[in-house]
Design a protein around this ligand. Structure first.
Ligand code: ITT
Length: 339
């Protein structure tokens, strides 16, 4: 997969390439216009940079907004880390402001907010932090920016090798989380608990009111991903299949009053039935995979122009309703199947 790296900072670029490569991402650079970083948080600015680069290039774009937050300076320079003083004078400016401040009051941390924006408007985000102190003087030639004045256990980031910095840095932590979120988004999860829709369930505005699946400990239908494992007979749901008969019973047992009785289910390609729903927070999501085959059917909704669309796999069952050609789709039921 090819991602454009949306940064004009050489030091960051080197780290991006180092951190993205093991994820199987080809990180390319292009001459991209630098947008105004008008956000009030690291995450907002990362999104602004990634969205602008994605729009300009038509490719998925990854950006990072990062900075150093010094406790003694009330969190400054924070999101203004790149604009805090003239280039070449920023480390010195911090050291001067911290002159005479004892070690126990020199706590600081780095933050990195990473954001990837896709051409369809989707985004995948992550944030990482690392904690340390502002050194008494600049030490070490490695890294970039404030590395030589930020220390952990008496060693500055400027004195670390690239691998050592990645293992403990804000950007290293952010990219580790980013990799997981990206895999969930791309449907490449490996035994973890990514969400069905790729969103962070705990951040979902619908979390508390979500009808969800009663079987899930977190009480939210998006808390766990449908397993991709299936018995050989049921995949891709062709021929006689016990699952089909069972699903027909389950759909009818839902007792949706104005839905016709379900008598049959067909094998349907995910891309054909994968409607886009709007979540309570306004995010758009699709809940099925385009490249899988599901069992489903379309039935009339009595006394209405709208239809019911039924879809299920081994783990999940959905009834949606929609108008002509899937217009204005709404989820009626989406639940993990009881076994
Ligand atoms: P882009 O916006 O083009 O990516 P930038 O340098 O303007 O480049 P930021 O707005 O995110 O990036 O500013 C972050 C500043 O914080 C950066 O210029 C460095 O001075 C500092 N910084 C961020 N990460 C750092 C790191 O790992 N080590 C040292 N300094 C860092």
């Amino acid at each position: 997969m090819k991602f454009v790296i949306a940064t004009h900072n050489e030091g960051k670029l080197v780290e991006f390439q180092r951190l993205l490569e093991p994820m199987g991402i080809e990180a390319i650079t292009m001459d991209i216009t630098e947008p105004e970083e008008s956000g009030s948080t690291f995450a907002e600015n990362a999104y602004i940079k990634a969205a602008a680069a994605c729009q300009e290039t038509g490719l998925p774009a990854v950006a990072d907004d990062s900075g150093l937050c010094v406790d003694y300076l009330d969190g400054a320079p924070g999101i203004y880390s790149a604009r805090f003083a003239e280039p070449g004078h920023r480390r010195l400016a911090i050291l001067e402001k911290m002159q005479g401040v004892p070690m126990e009051r020199r706590d600081a941390h780095f933050v990195s907010a990473v954001c990837c924006v896709f051409p369809n408007g989707d985004k995948v985000e992550a944030e990482g932090k690392c904690f340390g102190k502002i050194a008494l003087e600049s030490r070490g030639e490695n890294g970039f920016g404030y590395d030589s004045i930020f220390e952990q256990d008496g060693v500055t980031f400027g004195q670390l090798t690239a691998e050592e910095k990645d293992a403990r840095s804000h950007r290293g932590h952010a990219f580790a989380a980013f990799e997981q979120h990206l895999r969930a988004y791309l449907g490449q999860e490996e035994g973890g608990e990514p969400t069905v829709c790729g969103l962070d369930c705990s951040q979902c505005p619908g979390h508390d009111s979500c009808p969800g699946c009663g079987e899930l400990s977190k009480g939210c239908m998006l808390a766990k991903c449908a397993s991709q494992s299936s018995c050989g007979d049921c995949r891709p749901f062709v021929g006689p299949c016990g699952l089909k008969a069972q699903l027909i019973r389950e759909f009818n047992a839902l007792g949706i009053p104005d839905m016709e009785e379900v008598k049959d289910l067909n094998a349907l390609l995910g891309s054909y039935i994968n409607l886009e729903f709007t979540l309570p927070g306004g995010q758009k999501t699709k809940l099925w995979k385009d490249n899988r085959v599901y069992l489903g059917n379309q039935l009339c909704k009595r006394d209405s122009e709208r239809c019911y669309g039924l879809t299920a796999d081994e783990e999940w069952l959905m009834v949606a309703e929609y108008g002509e050609n899937g217009a204005e789709p709404e989820i009626v039921v989406f639940q993990r199947r009881r076994k």
